[in-house]
Design a protein around this ligand. Structure first.
Ligand SMILES: [Zn+2]
Length: 234
């Protein structure tokens, strides 16, 4: 029996993400929403050299699978298609990264209490209308459901459309008031603060929270050292 090529990464806890595994990169999914998890695929965004986690189309599919944007069959179909059409896959990857920046600019502005820049708003509007056109209503008896329109070939932009539709839901919901931007130095990851008193400051306490604690500790011990070097005050 051929080995199932779908990475078995999805079942693992997102808290253990942020590392390379033999099956590919294991993403940290701490955003609380698919669109925010996409925004967070550019790591250390505010530093001089941000870290691109969507390194190639395959890693974009890995993200899609782990974040729940793609089902395992969709994942397999997209990876197969990207291998058959590498130039097309590269263009789709470029569109995904560009869409990610629109999502980031939108929710970052909201999180900081600023107006969404007009260019981001216009770009998101176009993305949402395009993504929505990829779905159709289906149903029999009972409630109807949105389903991706069937086509003979898998849509290489499917991870983007899934994230954009998540942004469409989030941006007009009350939950958007709880979107925060991590205060960690250089981080700027976005997340939904679901803490009771709305006081979450870090994308992940074990990552940025601890870094900030260590920095405060170093700053304190630096001040102590300086005091010792100058000697006791006369
Ligand atoms: Zn952070």
């Amino acid at each position: 029996m051929p080995r199932d090529p779908t990475p078995r990464l999805r079942a693992q806890s997102p808290r253990f993400g942020g590392l390379d595994t033999p099956d590919g990169y294991l993403f940290e999914l701490t955003g609380g929403s698919l669109c925010l998890d996409l925004a967070n695929t550019l790591d250390e965004r505010l530093r001089e050299r941000p870290r691109e986690l969507l390194r190639d189309y395959k890693s974009a599919c890995d993200w899609g699978l782990q974040a729940g944007a793609l089902s395992p069959p969709e994942y397999r179909a997209l990876v197969r298609r990207s291998k058959a059409l590498p130039a097309e896959a590269e263009k789709a990857l470029h569109r995904l990264r560009k869409g990610r920046e629109t999502v980031f600019e939108t929710f970052s502005a909201i999180a900081r209490g600023k107006a969404v820049p007009a260019a981001a708003l216009a770009a998101l509007d176009v993305l949402i209308r395009t993504a929505a056109s990829r779905r159709g209503l289906s149903g029999g008896t009972g409630p109807l459901a949105w389903e991706w329109r069937r086509s003979d070939t898998p849509d290489l932009d499917r991870p983007l459309w899934a994230a954009v539709l998540s942004a469409m839901d989030l941006v007009t919901s009350d939950t958007v008031r709880r979107v925060r931007q991590c205060e960690g130095a250089g981080c700027a990851w976005l997340f939904i603060d679901s803490s009771k008193n709305g006081s979450r400051r870090w994308c992940d306490m074990s990552v940025c929270g601890n870094r900030a604690k260590a920095r405060r500790f170093r700053a304190r011990s630096g001040a102590l050292e300086a005091l010792e070097l100058t000697g006791p005050l006369q």
